[in-house]
Design a protein. Structure first.
Length: 227
């Protein structure tokens, strides 16, 4: 498969430093011994603001992105991920990158800025064609117009790699250079004079094709492990 995404969740009372240690000191050495062409991890590392216009989940989350994973190696990857504890699940995904940064830092160093991760579900009964049409054809141009995006990665969820994982339809990685780009409404939504109108535009459109009640948002820090 071209790209797979695995997700690890641990409870919100886990200390951030301990969570990062599990991922970097225990899991990544094990994953690095397995076959893949590229490997990236984004994880909960920085406390999010207590007040935010974007509701954030408090669980600790690690997003493991793998390219070039062979189907015969899936069990080995899942076993390694389960060893990290918490809840883990994965998906085969179809990736597209409408906005892409130029990587000029070493593997293993944190990428500049922050990732706003969104796990999303479509409206009940919506067809694949209609969902992708609204997401890619209408929402993406709106997001690029309004938000100060440094990178925007769309992952359309395909085959689940676990039977116990939640049924998400999309995984979005929005990358911003500064935290205030995410949490300052004026910066996130196009400036002081336009933010109210743009917040309404985005909210109304998201509600037209997404199941708002089941959207999950997380603030993550990204690391390229093997690029």
């Amino acid at each position: 498969m071209e790209k797979a995404i695995f997700i690890i969740k641990q409870p919100s009372d886990v200390v951030l430093e301990d969570f990062k240690s599990v991922i970097f000191d225990q899991l990544l050495p094990r994953l690095s011994r397995l076959k893949c062409s590229r490997l990236k991890v984004s994880l909960t590392e920085t406390p999010a603001p207590k007040i935010s216009v974007i509701p954030l989940k408090k669980e600790r989350l690690a997003l493991i992105s793998v390219w070039g994973l062979l189907k015969k190696d899936e069990k080995a990857w899942k076993a390694a991920l389960e060893s990290a504890g918490g809840v883990s699940f994965g998906y085969e995904v179809d990736e597209s990158i409408p906005v892409q940064y130029e990587k000029n830092w070493e593997d293993g160093d944190p990428s500049p800025g922050f990732v706003l991760l969104t796990l999303l579900k479509r409206k009940t009964g919506m067809s694949d064609e209609a969902f992708i049409g609204e997401w890619h054809g209408n929402h993406t141009p709106m997001a690029i117009e309004i938000h100060p995006l440094w990178s925007y990665i769309r992952n359309v969820v395909g085959r689940p790699l676990d039977t116990n994982g939640p049924e998400f339809d999309g995984i979005v990685e929005e990358h911003y250079l500064e935290m205030r780009d995410i949490f300052n409404p004026a910066r996130m939504f196009g400036g002081t004079w336009h933010m109210i109108r743009n917040m309404v535009r985005v909210g109304v459109h998201c509600n037209s094709f997404l199941n708002y009640r089941e959207i999950e948002n997380y603030l993550l820090t990204e690391y390229h492990i093997k690029s």
